[in-house]
Design a protein around this ligand. Structure first.
Ligand code: KG4
Ligand code: ZN
Length: 332
């Protein structure tokens, strides 16, 4: 089954052609990161406009590189949310138009489910599985009994982990997106600031990172007032050590309690080198899968992979030309 997948929920314009959820026939990702870096974060209006400018070209390039005839495409899949509404609408319009024009069925994929299935491109998911989903907007522990079956165990009460990384980076005067920079500098520093570990209740699966973020901001502001230097590498190492202690301990606890066969780590923060190194050492008795870097941050290949399993469970929206058309519901 060949799926043409589209992702445009934030600031990446991406189209991929994916065969049977695994084989990536083509994968084009156009990042707007450099444009938004000037503003220190994603500006929604600028993101939507850039999707409009580049979507057709990204579509064409993905089709060309896949060496696939349009008639051989079986299904069109598109991210239906959560995400920035203007950005989502550009991808949804492009995918809907393509499906309509070529008489293909259409499927809307939840972005978070897409992130989880990014891990299934290069690995086999074994059930029951536990997903630790860590991104710019979400921090979640999800139990999966089987494909496309999700039970939310815990989520963040305030800042998502990627968001906390980005805000801490900004406080330290580091560029956007902060996650990769803090990760890099953390490797050069030591955990000497001993920041709090926000466990809430140690056995609870919810997260909270705003207190930790505020602890960094207060330390930086106090140092500024006293005209003292902040050791940036050590601060990054301290922040990262605190975040990873909490993420890994809660994941281990949930994995043991629910006796899962596998742990899936997914989302933009799954690209974190500290997390990728530590989790294997600190939960050695569990099978752990993490997508390779290119499938961690936002991309259409993960949407194509998720759509393959979703289609088997739910089918697709019928194309107008094939009799009846329902519009996609955008998800919060
Ligand atoms: O999944 P994603 O691309 O977009 C959302 O769906 O949110 O995740 C983006 C987030 C940003 O907050 C970024 O700073 C963070 O992932 N991130 C990282 C790393 N690479 C990206 N955070 C920590 N360490 C990294 N290496
Ligand atoms: Zn994402």
């Amino acid at each position: 089954m060949i799926i043409l997948a589209v992702e445009s929920s934030c600031d990446e314009t991406s189209v991929a052609l994916v065969k049977d959820g695994k084989e990536i026939l083509s994968h084009v990702v156009l990042s707007q990161m450099d444009i938004h870096a000037i503003y220190g974060g994603v500006v929604p209006e600028i993101a939507s406009r850039n999707h409009i400018v580049h979507m057709t070209r990204v579509f064409e390039q993905a089709l060309l590189e896949s060496k696939t005839d349009i008639k051989d495409i079986d299904l069109v899949a598109v991210t239906k949310g959560p995400g920035l509404i203007g950005s989502l609408l550009v991808g949804i319009n492009a995918a809907t138009t393509f499906a309509f024009a070529h008489g293909k069925p259409l499927i809307g994929v939840n972005h978070l489910i897409g992130h989880i299935y990014g891990a299934s491109i290069e690995n086999e998911i074994k059930f029951p599985a536990l997903a630790l989903l860590v991104s710019g907007g979400h921090t979640e522990l999800i139990y999966m009994k089987e494909h496309m079956d999700f039970k939310l165990l815990g989520t963040t009460m305030d800042d998502a982990v990627g968001e906390a990384y980005d805000k801490v980076a900004r406080t330290l005067g580091l560029p956007y997106p902060g996650g990769p920079v803090v990760d890099k500098l953390a490797a050069l520093g030591t955990d000497t600031y001993h920041l709090p570990r926000p466990y809430l209740d140690k056995t609870a699966y919810n997260f909270s990172f705003s207190g930790l973020k505020s602890a960094v901001i207060n330390l930086v502001h106090n140092a500024e007032q006293r005209d003292e230097e902040i050791r940036v590498n050590d601060m990054c190492a301290s922040f990262q050590a605190s975040v990873l202690d909490v993420l890994i301990d809660k994941t281990r606890h949930a994995a043991n309690e629910l006796d899962v066969k596998q742990i899936i780590v997914a989302g933009g923060v799954a690209a974190n080198r500290g997390l990728r190194n530590r989790i294997f050492n600190e939960i050695p008795d569990k099978d752990i899968i993490i997508p390779s870097m290119k499938y961690c941050t936002d991309n259409a290949a993960m949407i194509g992979a998720a759509a393959y399993y979703q289609y088997q469970k739910e089918g697709a929206l019928p194309n107008y030309l094939l009799g009846g058309y329902s519009t996609l519901n955008i998800e919060d």
